[in-house]
Design a protein around this ligand. Sequence first.
Ligand SMILES: [Zn+2]
Length: 228
Amino acid sequence: MPVVETHNWAKSALGQDIALFKSNENPEHPILLIGGVHGDEPEGVQLANDSLQWLKSNTTHKLAPWIVIPCLNPDGFKKNERTNGNGVDLNRNYPSRDWSPAASKPRYSPGPSPSSEPEIKALVALIQQSKPRLIIHCHSWNPCVVYTGEPGRPDATALGDSSGYEVRDDIGYPTTGSLSQYGWHDNKIPIICIEEAEHAPLKDVWLHFGSGIQKIFSNLSLRNVRER
Ligand SMILES: [Zn+2]
């Protein structure tokens, strides 16, 4: 089936195009992979783009349906800043039940209200419409793989085996209004947060995670979609 590419799927706060790629016109319960949530983490954009290249060129494996957004925050990415064009940390802006207006530092600004930012509005609509079986978002920090929701553990373990990074079920600090809160705690969609080592050479990112990514998208037997 032909891959569908939409280069202007959504607009950023400053009006830049956000691109979306999907395995077919209407992927059912896809695996959703997102890079560039934080604009100063190019390792995550690299991993999303490398994954996309593999998904697009794959002809040997039968793959799960998929959606890839290589860079959710083009405003921040352009300026090498964490936040979007409105100075909001997109991973604190999800309309989760625990969303909070409090921020310990400006870099964690959750925005004026839940889902106030166009990037998150568009992503939340996509999640509601496509009902992903799993969401993976790609960051960089202290190297680790964090899963939220027990159904995501086998896939997180595949990424841990692939990279040698520690697999955890908690990032270790509160993240109100984050994707893990909205996705798992509110909607029972397992979430995996990949933290590549900050400033890892970009050419090494696929070496670290490629085999885990390939396993996750190919291993349909582990991908039983739960009834909702
Ligand atoms: Zn991040």
